[in-house]
Every structure is written in structure tokens, then in C-alpha cells.
Write a protein that binds this ligand. Sequence first.
Ligand code: SAH
Length: 348
Amino acid sequence: MEGGKMRKRVLLDFGLQELKDMVAGYGYPGYRGKQVWDWLYKGAAGMRDMRNLPGDLISRLEEDFVTGMPRIVKKQVSALDGTAKYLVEYDDGSMVECVYLIYRFGRTVCVSSQVGCRMGCSFCASTKGGLVRSLSGGEMLAQVLTVQKDAGERITNVVVMGSGEPMDNFENVVAFIRLLGSEEGLNIGLRHVTVSTCGLVPEIKRLADLKLPITLSVSLHAADDETRLRLMPVARKYKIEEVLEGCRYYIQRTGRRVTFEYALVEGVNDRPGDAEKLAGLLKGMLCNVNLIPVNPVEGSLMRQPDNRRVRTFKRILADRGINATVRREMGRDIAGACGQLKAGYMKE
Ligand code: SAH
């Protein structure tokens, strides 16, 4: 385990049957496992909250486990659109952000997959301090449960687009996806789950082979390798052509449309020529492009292009048959951009 210190096991990592078996191993009937499960999915923070369990079982569980539920350290709600940003802290003191987004089609939680990140993208706030540790599947699930409980609304959609690189934490992210889909749990349709990656090609292929009906989102951010390398160190490892080959494999295996994310940075990747090159790369592929005017992070010189330039970029793609949308900015009034809440808190 990263960090060296042994941590207690996380109850939210267990499936229902595993929980029943574990409780049976302690000498209790299986239905006690179901009771634990129900408390967890109601968002119980600790074993003491599980009021219908025998006291000696609570003590045994407390000795060996934590629930995995974090505590809310800070919350900011947008007066504009109801977007809520949470800074949460796990039992070991690690903090991540998660976001609650209200859309016409449902209620979405944006989940962090790691504490920090080691991918080093130049425009991203989450990678500044490097990787602290990966989160387990149950700890990611706990972000959804925390937001669902606090917002008092059923969560229908999940995007793994918070801090961290999900494909650098492959097994735990897959475990998380399976927990989300569990019928006795949140029962979220996997078609309503999106995983975003900076483009780790072997893991994209591994994910493809699992044939989960999720949406894969790939952060491309450039149409040639030199420009991509200015923004993303991972471009040294995988050429754009290899990333696209991985995506084609994904589409072929799953039949699912891939989304490409493209953060527009003034003077770096926003020229009409970039749009033309991008259209050439993606021609004939089952995909969408999501254009995101870059959110400036502290200490970075990157600027958003003006609206006219964004519209031109989009039109060039559309004229060449590539479906593109410009991501609507949510929570503009609450440091909505990636990693800003944690960065601000750490400074305080
Ligand atoms: N590691 C994953 C998830 C990262 S967050 C990935 O790379 O895809 C999800 C998206 O937000 C990614 O496309 C990421 O590149 C983008 N992003 C990060 N910081 C940003 C910023 N300051 N402005 C705009 N987009 C940003």
C-alpha cells in the first residue's frame, strides 16, 4: 500500500454477498450483513450509526474496518445553477473534491479517483503536488453517497472527472463502476457513467475488453504531438496516433461512442489550423468532441480564447462532419474549475 502505514479495510469496498460472508465469518447470521449494507448506502458515517446492530458486532467491525465515508470539510453552492462543490476528507486525512451538478437530464456527481495525480498536465490544478494515493472503489462510491445524502436527491449520473487519472488506478475504478451498477445498491445504469482518461493506451484496451456499457472520454487537447507535449507529459509516452488506435479498438469492442475532450488554450491549440487537423484525425470515427475553454489555474499563463474563436473552432469541426459541443461552465461563482476549492483551502 502506498504510504507504508497499514490502513483498516473499507466496508464500502464489499459487495452485498461479500459483506454477508464477512459477517458470517464473525459468527453472525447473514441478514446482519444486509443491515450493514443498508446503513452504508444510507450514508452512515460510522459503525456507531448502525443502530439495529448488536453492540458486540459494532465493536468487532470498528476494530477491523472503516466505512470509507469521508467527512465534508467545505461546501460551496452556486447561486447561479445550484452546482455544489465539496471538499471531503477520508480517515487518513487525505482530501479530494467532488461536485454535484444539476442537469435537465439528471443529477450528476463528478468523482475523484486519486488524491492528487502524477500525470502532470500543465493546465491542471490537481497534479501540482503529485500523487498522494489512489482511492479504493468503496472510497469513490463514498463520494457519491456523501453528495446524495447531503443534496437529498437521488444521483442518476456519475462522471469520473475529478482529481486523478482513473486508468492509473484501473482495478479500483472498475470495482467502483461495478458497485455503482449493483442492483441492491445505487443501481445506476452504466450508460450513465463516464470515465475520463488522459489516454493511457494499454488500459484503454483493457477497459474495452471488459465491455462495460460506460462512456469513455479521452483528453486529447491537441491535434499534433508537439502541441500535445506542451500540455501533457503523457504525450511523450503515447503518440496521438496510438491513442486514437486505442480508441478505435474501444469502439470496435464496445460499440460505444467515444468523447474527446479538448481544452482550448489561447495561442496554443485554438487556431483554425488546429481545428482542421483535429477534424482530419477524427474523420469517420464514432465520436463527439467536447470543447472546454481552459479554466485558468493559479500560477499558469494560460488563457481562454474569446467566444468568437471558440465558435469558429466548433464550426470548422462541424463543417467537416465532426459533432462538437462547447462545455457549459457550471458554478462560475464558486471556484467551479478543476481543483480550485482544494487549492484555496490548502492556502488558507
Ligand atoms: N485524468 C483524467 C481526468 C481529469 S479531469 C483525464 O485526464 O481525462 C477531466 C477533464 O478536465 C480532463 O479533460 C482534463 O484535461 C480537464 N481539465 C483539467 N484541468 C482543466 C482546466 N484548468 N481547464 C479545463 N479543463 C481542465
